[in-house]
Design a protein around this ligand. Structure first.
Ligand code: NAD
Length: 299
């Protein structure tokens, strides 16, 4: 059994912490939202009144926070993790944040004598609940080896991607590719319908052809062909369009920092921005199908 301090018990953090409890670990949790802390206690965890209390006795500190500013605050702020954690604690940030912040916080942790990993995830809330997440982990090999059994209680695929920040780098590349492929799939369905094809016919052929990709076969954005897709439940998220836009902006930011041209990533970011500006950021990211289909109807 490992003593784990878990900060950030939202849509992802709550089921991840619950899986750690199921695996026999002692989890002490904190979130700004008191109901989230109470829900953890109901599942067998310990409720903390603040972040310092959650991590005071922890062998391992895990954070699952919205974005870079919250990660900076929780680790570097007054009464933050670096000032309050046990000197031998391993720190793991599972949030999706910008590469620069991940590297800056890891460097500050190292300076304060801690091992720290960035370990963002793929797999969404369903993967978090089922403990089938993919973890992309940046940091020293010895810290990765120490984290692996803990991450295995929350995920199925755990990959060491190199030094600090590399987990975030992989994550934003993956999500940029996912957004681009989702938009491509939506365009193909829209065109097919205009050419007189049914969605099912296009799906049946393309899912066995060279256009096949996960956005089509695992998460089809039109209602019908894939029963588990958000398209069949009025695009209830899943992974929201607002979160996808956040990740596309992170990709833009990272590409700007290394002067890497990502024109398709930029186009995807612009399209998701237009979509979210319509007040639709809370829908699943595959709902961009409606936006693309509607735009093409106007032409
Ligand atoms: P969420 O908003 O549901 O949860 C974040 C939680 O952090 C909230 O409960 C919030 O109250 C808490 N929080 C914020 N600041 C805090 C602070 N200073 N101290 C303590 N708690 C604080 O978000 P989520 O969907 O759980 O996502 C978390 C991270 O995981 C994000 O970076 C997101 O990009 C990433 N992610 C999400 C998904 C998904 O499908 N939801 C998938 C993969 C990755």
């Amino acid at each position: 059994m490992t003593a784990i301090g878990f900060i950030g018990l939202g849509n992802m953090g709550a089921p991840m912490a619950a899986n750690l409890i199921k695996a026999g670990h002692q989890v002490t949790g904190y979130d700004l939202v008191p109901e989230a802390v109470a829900a953890l206690a109901e599942k067998g965890g310990r409720a903390a009144a603040n972040a310092a209390e959650a991590i005071a006795a922890a062998d391992i500190v895990i954070t699952m926070l919205p974005a870079g500013p919250q990660v900076r605050e929780v680790y570097l702020g007054n009464a933050g993790v670096l000032g309050r954690a046990r000197h031998d604690a391993l720190l793991i940030d599972c949030s999706t944040i910008d590469v620069d912040t991940a590297r800056a916080v890891a460097a500050a942790a190292r300076e304060a004598g801690f091992d720290m990993l960035d370990a963002p995830v793929s797999g969404g809330t369903a993967g978090a609940a089922a403990a089938t997440l993919t973890f992309m982990v940046g940091g020293e090999a010895a810290a990765f080896a120490r984290a692996q059994p803990i991450l295995e209680a929350m995920g199925r695929t755990i990959v060491h991607t190199g030094l600090a920040g590399n987990g975030q780098a992989v994550k934003i590349c993956n999500n940029m590719l996912l957004a681009i492929s989702m938009i491509g799939v939506c365009e193909a369905f829209t065109l097919a319908q205009k050419l007189g094809l049914t969605s099912q016919t296009l799906f049946d052929v393309v899912s066995k052809s060279t256009g096949q990709c996960w956005a089509l076969t695992g998460y089809c954005p039109v209602p019908g062909p894939v029963s588990s897709s958000p398209a069949n439940r009025d695009y209830a998220a899943g992974f929201t369009a607002a979160m996808m836009l956040k990740d596309l902006r992170l990709a833009q930011q990272a590409a700007g920092a290394v002067a890497a041209p990502i024109p398709m990533g930029a186009a995807a970011a612009n399209l998701y921005q237009l979509f979210v500006d319509e007040g639709t950021g809370g829908f699943d990211f595959s709902a961009i199908y409606r936006f693309i289909a509607k735009s093409q109807t106007k032409i």
